[in-house]
Design a protein around this ligand. Sequence first.
Ligand code: IDP
Ligand code: MG
Length: 156
Amino acid sequence: MAIERTLILIKPDGVQRGIVGDIIGRFERTGMKIVGMKLMKMSDELASQHYKDHVGKGFYAGLVKFMTSSPLVALAVEGPKAVENCRKLMGKTFCTDAQAGTIRGDFGVSRGLNLVHGSDSAESAQRELGLFFQANELQEYSRAVDAWTWNDEDKG
Ligand code: IDP
Ligand code: MG
């Protein structure tokens, strides 16, 4: 099935800079559906689980310090090819490399302070959604506009 769910984090820099609404709007206006959302502080333990593939890298300590320093917004986003589509909307990892029109390209200038996280595969999405959301925090609902947003072909 091509309708997927992915984890998006609006990182502490996005919350502190007051652009949560702008960033959520980028995902919302594509037609993808928000099925989970919370403002929360990332603990050291959650950071080490979430970023387990980066443990030991040179930027890891700074990354954890940044991510645990202030609240972030966690979102579960659903739609056709949601993982890839969200990564496309986010742009390249470092804002300085990200194209204009992407979230990182339009709202940031930093390497590490890059505003958003998005799962990089269906497997990561499933694992990461499980770290941030209980099953009963993810909503199943239909919208009147769904039939005008994606159709059977998109569902695969
Ligand atoms: P991604 O967020 O685009 O998937 P990853 O390579 O998975 O990028 O890195 C995770 C996060 O670690 C990045 O979003 C960024 O915040 C931080 N990061 C990665 N490389 C560097 C670096 O060289 N300097 C500072 N921060 C970095
Ligand atoms: Mg990554």
